[in-house]
Design a protein around this ligand. Sequence first.
Ligand code: DX5
Ligand code: ZN
Length: 231
Amino acid sequence: MPPTSETGRDDGIRINPSILAADFANMQAELARIATADFVHVDVMDNHFVPNLTFGPQMVERVQATSPVPLDVHLMITDPDRWAPGYAEIGAASVTFHLEAATEPVALARRLRDIGSRAGVAVKPATPVESLFDLLDDFDQILVMTVEPGFGGQSFMPETMPKLRRLADEARRRGSSVWLQVDGGIGESTIAQAAEAGADTFVAGSAVFGAGDPAHAIAGLRAAAAAHHIH
Ligand code: DX5
Ligand code: ZN
């Protein structure tokens, strides 16, 4: 692989393809197609917090063992206080749980960091971000959902952008190094507005795995995000 200066991977932009859009029966081959990504986004759904069911720790452990890039686990589950640490123990580089589902989000973030993973918190489109302003130091990543969580292939919700912008402004004001992630409906036509609003970490399912050449799709998304990212 060429050095980072040639791949543009030192630009503070992260592109994280979601395996929700991959062929589950050929996961090893699908993972090999996204070796130029920064992380692989792994959507865990419990058919309770969201009306869909994907997979649990056993599958994530196999993805961890097989993936060429680190894991960005997105837990759409009830009672993350009980279950999230297990994903950090598997070796996931990043574990994100939903604010709406957590009982003690700060204590949970501390546990995830203690185990050795980055700690992330996610908010659904209708959940305000202001309660996170005093918690920026407790998290390594904040995920602003740009669709209702539960399914891939939905349309990007532009009405979530003012919230992202407020969060990015506040993070900048406080000198925070927290990563701001967006997830849902991100593709060539929507990534610019999310980057302009302050996102630096982008999940894309169908836009990457639905493309004939995922590496080309990743490069295109990366270039579009870098061109519009604000610092
Ligand atoms: C939705 C998931 C997303 C999903 C994104 O609940 O959290 O990660 O895979 O898929 P696309 O990019 O197709 O909207
Ligand atoms: Zn996700």
